[in-house]
Design a protein around this ligand. Structure first.
Ligand code: KG4
Ligand code: ZN
Length: 360
């Protein structure tokens, strides 16, 4: 089965083709970073308009790369939520229109499920069950993952997400958008000099809190008589140490609590090299296997949506083959099947809790 995936939840248009027998066939991405940079953050209306411009040319690009045409696609998966409403509407309506015209099924995918499963696109994917650390611009969660759609939330952020903390700290340090890579680049040139707190490091639960850290950075910045390049580098260094120490500590705690020996890291902050270095060192000592997506699949992309959609459609078709109820009866995803009279309405889910997902 060949599944076209379309991602348009925020500031990246991603399109990919995943084949359940041959793996990832092609993927293409257009990042809107340059367009939003002038505003210091994502402008939702500009994002929506740009998705409109990019989605179909990118679709043609992946088809050309794979040497296939539209008639070779068996199903279309698209990001149904969570994300910016206008941006989601673009990907959803394009996916649904294409599916209608081609008379093939379409499936709304949860963006975070895409991130969560992205490491499974790599060679030697980890087996279920595993602990997942999902650290993106909007989320910082620890989960126990027992299979597709079998996610148990172990810990969550009480306020800012890890990526959000990077982005806000970047602003305080006068760096551009997106902040994560900019802070990381600066931090790599820094050295230990300042002291920032490690919020909730030793709390008995697996929750995170990063908003106090950002305030501590602000206080530190204001206390400096001069904010030269060295001071900026050293503040960034200490900030990155704080976030990565907390994330590593809570991952180890989650592994201990669940008794699992496999960890999967996904989401934009998963691209952070200091985090990977610290996690690998800690895991190596304890016989823990850590899996990451390749760097380009840490941040938003179409491949993770095509893959998550393909896994769900595959499971649904296997169930149908076994005479079980078709997945279109499920309420957590819209699955439009050619087997039933088509319902041309569709919806997006800008707010959508991952815990609401069910196994296919
Ligand atoms: O997963 P993602 O592309 O989008 C969301 O679904 O949110 O994550 C984007 C987030 C941003 O906050 C960005 O600053 C952060 O990931 N990020 C990083 C790095 N690369 C991206 N944070 C720290 N270090 C990085 N190298
Ligand atoms: Zn994302």
């Amino acid at each position: 089965m060949r599944v076209l995936g379309i991602e348009s939840s925020c500031d990246e248009t991603g399109v990919a083709l995943y084949d359940t027998t041959h793996g990832l066939l092609a993927h293409a991405l257009h990042s809107q970073i340059d367009m939003h940079a002038a505003y210091g953050g994502v402008v939702p209306e500009l994002a929506s308009r740009d998705h409109i411009r990019r989605a179909l040319p990118l679709t043609q690009q992946v088809l050309d790369q794979a040497n296939l045409s539209l008639k070779d696609i068996d199903a279309i998966a698209y990001t149904q939520g969570p994300g910016l409403a206008g941006a989601l509407l673009v990907g959803t309506s394009i996916a649904q229109s294409l599916a209608m015209a081609l008379n093939i099924p379409s499936l709304g995918v949860h963006h975070l499920e895409g991130h969560l499963l992205a490491p499974l696109l790599e060679e030697h994917p980890p087996a279920f069950p595993f602990v997942a650390l999902l650290v993106s611009g909007g989320h910082s969660q620890l989960m126990r993952v027992d299979g597709i759609g079998q996610y148990q939330l172990l810990g969550d952020t009480l306020d800012d997400a890890a990526g959000e903390a990077f982005d806000k700290t970047a602003k305080l340090l006068g760096l551009g958008y997106p902040g994560g890579p900019a802070v990381a680049r600066l931090a790599d040139l820094g050295k230990p000099r300042f002291q920032l707190p490690r919020p909730l490091l030793n709390s008995p639960d697996l929750n995170f809190s990063f908003s106090g850290l950002k305030t501590a950075v602000l206080t530190l910045v204001k206390s400096q008589p001069t904010l030269d390049e060295n001071a900026l580098q050293d503040i960034a260094w200490e900030f990155q140490e704080s976030v990565t120490e907390i994330l590593v500590h809570k991952c180890l705690k989650a592994l201990k609590q669940t008794g699992l020996k496999r960890l999967v890291v996904s989401g934009g902050v998963g691209a952070n090299q200091r985090l990977r270095c610290r996690l690998n060192a800690a895991a190596g000592k304890r016989g823990i296997q850590v899996s990451y997506p390749r760097l380009e699949f840490c941040t938003d992309n179409g491949a993770m949506i095509a893959f998550a959609g393909a896994m769900r459609l595959l499971a649904a078709s296997e169930q149908t083959a076994h005479g079980q109820q078709h997945a279109s009866a499920r309420q957590d995803h819209e699955v439009s099947s050619v087997a039933t009279p088509r319902d041309y309405s569709f919806s997006i889910r800008p707010r959508w809790d991952l815990a609401e997902l069910q196994a296919p």
